[in-house]
Design a binder for this molecule. Sequence first.
Ligand code: CP
Ligand code: NVA
Length: 312
Amino acid sequence: MNLKGRSLLTLKDYTSKEIAYLIELAFELKQKKKQGITGNSLKGKNIALIFEKPSTRTRCAFTVGCIDEGGHPEYLGKDDIQLGHKESIEDTARVLGRMFDGIEFRGYKQETAEKLAEYSEVPVWNGLTDTYHPTQILADFLTLKEHFGKLKGLKLVYVGDGRNNMANSLMIGCSKMGIHFTILAPQVLWPDDALVETCKSYASVSGSELEVSDSLDVVEGADAIYTDVWCSMGEEEKADERIALLKPYQVNHNLLARTKKQNTIFLHCLPAVKGNEVTEEVFERFANLIFDQAENRMHTIKAVMVATLGNI
Ligand code: CP
Ligand code: NVA
């Protein structure tokens, strides 16, 4: 599989085979790392890490993944560079493209990630925008694969803000990989109709089902329940409104009981606001898996950099 020179702006641009390849490569890199073996496939490569928004996992995953493979990461925080303030995104992109071999971008607009890719002419990896969070999904899928031994045919229910970056990206990824996917959210937080239609077309190819509902009954039979914060970065002022809207959708003991299954797992992309989207009790019950999921950010992000930029 040759992904050299490719950006990762959204999983819409990747086939199910390419996604499966990245998960497999991440699994191999993880096994090697556990044996103390790191690589040098990014030797001589300089990687810019642009963060308009804060990050723990994504920043650390890109940094450690890059260094493990012999590359040099350079953190460029929101107050460090001119991006979009005193210099256009197009110009910053052209400068960075002359100096760096790859660029990670975390920020607000998806359009900024797209412009960076177009004008820098080096691979750009989306480390989260308001619209998508594709590298998170790769980590989620590696975690599901490690736990269940497969992806195809699983049933995943995402509960909460059904129109945020996580809901969008899970919907794309699941419908491509044959995972039955349900968004459970109040109607005002349902995803964009056009994206749902696009994902339904992926689901018809992969053989999975895609549903959006506001009824708690849809969790029945779920292999995995997934949630995310009720207010994404940049939406902090909506806290009161969201709490009122989403309280009935908290992942708690009662919601898990509605799956009518003993072996349903719970996942969270983190950071979590315990007491809002998930109770402390449920979070701690699944803490080992949730932190496997967090660790898997590093192995999967490393796989993305190695596959698209590395000498392999
Ligand atoms: N899940 C995730 O992207 O975490 P950070 O915001 O800490 O990077
Ligand atoms: N929806 C969250 C995801 C954090 C990883 C946010 O954008 O803040």
